[in-house]
Design a protein around this ligand. Sequence first.
Ligand code: AHM
Ligand code: MG
Length: 337
Amino acid sequence: MEQLGITVTEHILIHQKESPMATGRFTRLLNELIFSAKIISREVNKAGLVDILGLTGEVNVQGENVRKLDEFANNALIYRMKRAGVLCAMSSEENAEIIRVPDNMPKGNYILIFDPLDGSSNIDVNVNIGTIFSIHRMVDDGEDVSLQDFLRYGSEQVAAGYFLYGPSTMLVYTTGKGTHGFTLDPSVGEFLLSHPDIKTPEHGKCYSVNESNCSYWDENTRRAVEYFKSSETHRGTPYSTRYIGSLVADFHRNMLYGGIFMYPADSKDPSKPRGKLRLLCEAAPMAFIQEQAGGAATDGKQRILDIKASSLHERIPLIIGSRGDVEKATSIMQGKG
Ligand code: AHM
Ligand code: MG
């Protein structure tokens, strides 16, 4: 019989025997995320056709203008996930405070952190955007959920992933047993396994960084980027620049082809001295996914997954991608060359 493909749920069930955390509740959580992402994907796909593009006129907690699709994605996720019966609280890039599941709704012991629509500057121009998620368990089931349940090490995540809204919609996720990619087949409405056990090449051919910020970088950061533009690379030729400005899209390409993505500290820019990307909803989940694909992620000093968050919306420098390239960049950034 023709191979009909493996859905995400089947994939979880197949691996359930190896994974004690793959309980029915986790499958439920993932299925609710998938349903939310299908709804977001539908809106993204018709974005040019209806009056949903453009700014809402509000400013989010990060001080950025909120775009309509951002708000739609945020509301869809909060609405669905509150009712999933498996979470006790959530945190969104768009909300200043944690979002608790109300007492009149069924709760579980999972914590969900998400960026509802990452790469929002690309929404209006039909370029890839994504949803990033990170899942933790409560520190102590017996206690009421608190901020401390969110301020965790990345290494404590039980799962992380992203949905990429591109020419096709993809889900890439890990539960700590490899990184797996699924592509939405719109004709049957299911994500089918398309990229089992993704492995990032040890070195890549491209570097991704917003180089217009270079006057804000310190000298070692500038030297690290210069290295990838030189004939000193392991290839003996410069890497190509590839920068979309959508973390999910830049990350996805580099993970599959090999390469390095950097959003370093703009130490001389008072508006983002600690980098731009958020530790909990961007850097930590991407680091988990990348490590499970054989790559690496640091803040230029230490492994991202070894960093404990000190606030919900903490920003952090991010150097992520092929292990050999990340190690080289980190070494130069530490002044070791
Ligand atoms: P967002 O979550 O508001 O969309 O911001 C995060 C995005 C990332 O997707 C991307 O890597 C980065 O911001 C691009 O920033 P810049 O435009 O400064 O290069
Ligand atoms: Mg983002």
